[in-house]
Design a protein around this ligand. Structure first.
Ligand code: NDP
Ligand code: GDR
Length: 338
């Protein structure tokens, strides 16, 4: 039975990837952070009592800021594959906490790669780095490919560029099976509620049911290549099944603006978006990434991977799911008000 370690298992992608690997018969280990509140909602449905025979999901407390713990954990687990998804992943927040973002999102990758070497797993363990289209930043070329130069526009983007090159460097220096998946934005009903897509679908469905009056947003003109997270984690697995480590772009090759996402969402709910959406400068970034559109031709050719869920299907999946949540919230509110 193959063993996989996932950093960031409690996040959107980590939860879908854990599901996929368990389905494939892996023993899955995940690093979780100690919090004063529960932070495992996205994986609770996968968890079984570790005292029961046959459990295949194991969670370990840790943090990407703690290199000693990473080393101990790798020594103990001896994973065949590591999916490094853990990060301070919010671009705007990275302007508020640049040092922390550099430490966790950038140096965290270094700590993990060094731990792999230190424990002597560099010859056997495969490593996946969650690289990002944010590395392309300032538009230099469209569509963006594996060969497009990077020009990051945020502390997050800079940290991801550092982690990208570390991954390439460990592959070239030590012959490690190390891979960068350069993933463009991917969303789902499990997307964090402060990322723009989920913020929109959550707010619009609550507005529909009278639970909220307004939605405040920043820049509506930014264009993104939005795909469906569930399909993107399949690509992560495929990348680690190749004979050699490499770098791949994962994208839909379609781009839409934030405004397009708003309009599509409100249209599905039969609402006039202009009545409800207001501007708030707070959500602007000091430097913006204006236009992302990726070319996944290499992934299609080498991995046979192609996204099926496109923009309109994605918005519908998210609206349908958030409408259920809003209805539950309304029912609870009505029940508790008497
Ligand atoms: P999320 O923000 O949903 O999840 C991030 C995960 O990292 C969470 O499990 C979080 O734990 C964990 N984490 C944060 N800080 C630390 C830390 N100090 N130590 C250990 N774990 C930590 O991100 P996504 O699932 O959306 O993305 C997964 C990865 O892919 C990230 O690296 C992201 O930067 C990258 N990426 C994402 C894209 C997207 O569109 N979603 C596109 C391209 C790249 P907790 O739950 O406790 O906060
Ligand atoms: P992004 O995603 O920065 O692309 O990073 P996000 O959804 O945060 O922003 C997308 C675009 O929407 C604009 N925007 C707003 N964004 C947020 N969060 N909140 C708002 O109110 C708002 N109003 C407008 C932004 O300015 C931006 O242009 C995501 C993350 O998952 C990264 O970890 C990942 O690497 C990249 O996608 C690819």
């Amino acid at each position: 039975m193959k063993k996989a370690l996932i950093t960031g298992i409690t996040g959107q992608d980590g939860s879908y990837l854990a599901e996929l690997l368990l389905e494939k018969g892996y023993e899955v280990h995940g690093i979780i952070r100690r919090c004063s509140t529960f932070n495992t909602q996205r994986i609770d449905h996968l968890y079984t009592d570790p005292h029961i025979n046959g459990t295949k999901l194991f969670l370990h407390y840790g943090d990407l800021a703690d290199g000693v713990m990473l080393m101990k954990l790798l020594y103990q687990i001896q994973p065949d594959e590591i999916y490094h998804l853990g990060a301070q992943s919010h671009v705007r927040v990275s302007f508020d906490v640049p040092e922390y973002t550099g430490d966790v999102t950038g140096l965290g990758t270094l700590r993990l790669l060094e731990a792999i070497r230190e424990v002597g797993l560099d010859g056997k363990c495969r490593f996946y780095q969650a690289s990002s289209s944010e590395m392309f930043g300032m538009v230099q070329h469209v569509p963006q490919t594996e060969k497009t130069p990077f020009y990051p526009r945020s502390p997050y983007g800079c940290a991801k560029v550092y982690a990208y090159w570390l991954t390439v460097n460990y592959r070239e220096s030590y012959g490690m099976h190390a891979t960068n998946g350069i993933l463009f934005n991917h969303e789902s009903p499990r997307r964090g509620e402060t990322f723009v897509t989920r913020k929109i679908t959550r707010a619009a469905t609550r507005i529909k049911l009278g639970l909220q009056d307004k939605l405040y947003l920043g820049n509506l003109d930014a264009q993104r290549d939005w795909g469906y997270a569930k399909e993107y984690v399949e690509a992560m697995w495929l990348m680690l099944q190749q004979d050699e480590g490499d770098d791949y772009v994962m994208a839909t090759n379609e781009t839409n603006s934030v405004k397009d996402f708003v309009i599509e969402t409100f249209n599905l709910l039969d609402l006039d978006w202009e009545k409800y959406v207001d501007y708030d400068k707070r959500y602007e970034r000091p430097t913006e990434v204006d236009l992302l559109i990726g070319d996944p031709a290499k992934a299609k050719k080498q991995l046979g991977w192609e996204p099926k869920v496109k923009f309109k299907d994605l918005v519908k999946i998210m609206v349908d799911s958030d409408l259920v949540l809003a209805k539950q919230e309304l029912a609870y509110k009505q029940a508790t008000n008497g």
